[in-house]
Ligand binder design. Structure first.
Ligand code: ATP
Length: 220
């Protein structure tokens, strides 16, 4: 505990994703990061355009934002950020640009953390300007079934070289043991087939929203 006269620096997590739809895996990842790193706030930020995904999102940005808002209700630390909406002009939406905008809105002392799953950590070399991203924020990488966080780190070492990786590594924090065998791709498929298994991985409010708006070909 810091002495009473020192206010700890605020800690904000930025959790970007397609959230197409947001599922219980996302919720567990965000909660694990918030718990482990004592985050004051986690911003759930649906991306308007995901540069690394070839397939277009199935649900509109507005629907994904609405569903993320429903998920944010599950935890008092969560809120939804439409910081990505500011760049809906069809240009690729780079996390590093979004973070730079976010940096401009918080105090200098604020610690920013980008929360990602292990698959996204593995993909970091394909992100736009990773060194700048890690200068703007720290990274919290959370385990995911079928992904190996240590292997992802080795891949980063090989991709960035020893010197650069040595600068980046202290700002990359890993959380092991979060095992959520779910992906939005599988859920979209199950929802289109009216497979009840999908409901096990969705918050009731999100499932109701999907049904009310007939998203993902769901006919329930
Ligand atoms: P899709 O199947 O459409 O690719 P997804 O389930 O991976 O979607 P995204 O919205 O693309 O979900 O993911 C946002 C972030 O959440 C990414 O950093 C991703 O790695 C992470 N994530 C998603 N699902 C899990 C999970 N089950 N375990 C750990 N991390 C996850």
């Amino acid at each position: 505990m810091p002495p009473a006269h020192i206010t700890p620096a605020p800690r904000i997590g930025f959790f970007g994703g397609t959230f197409d739809p947001p599922h219980l895996g996302h919720l567990a990842v965000a909660r694990a990061a918030a718990d482990r790193f004592s985050l004051d706030e986690v911003l759930l930020a649906p991306v308007a355009h995901q540069p690394l995904k070839t397939a277009a999102s199935s649900a509109s940005f507005a629907d994904r934002l609405a569903m993320a808002s429903l998920m944010a209700e599950a935890d008092a630390r969560f809120s939804v950020s439409d910081v990505d909406a500011e760049q809906q002009d069809g240009r690729p939406n780079y996390t590093v640009d979004t973070l730079a905008r976010l940096r401009g809105r918080v105090t200098e002392q604020t610690r920013l953390f980008v929360i990602v799953g292990a698959d996204s950590l593995r993909d970091l070399p394909r992100w736009h300007d990773p060194p700048r991203l890690l200068a703007l924020a720290e990274l919290i990488a959370v385990s995911r079934p079928g992904e190996d966080l240590s292997a992802a780190l080795s891949k980063l070492r090989a991709a960035f070289g020893e010197e650069l990786f040595a600068e980046m590594e202290p700002r990359i924090h890993c959380i092991e043991g979060v095992e959520q065998p779910v992906s939005a791709t599988t859920l979209r498929h199950d929802l289109a087939n009216n497979d009840a298994a999908a409901s096990e991985w969705l918050l009731p409010g999100v499932l109701q929203y999907i049904q009310a708006h007939h998203l993902y070909g769901n006919e329930a």
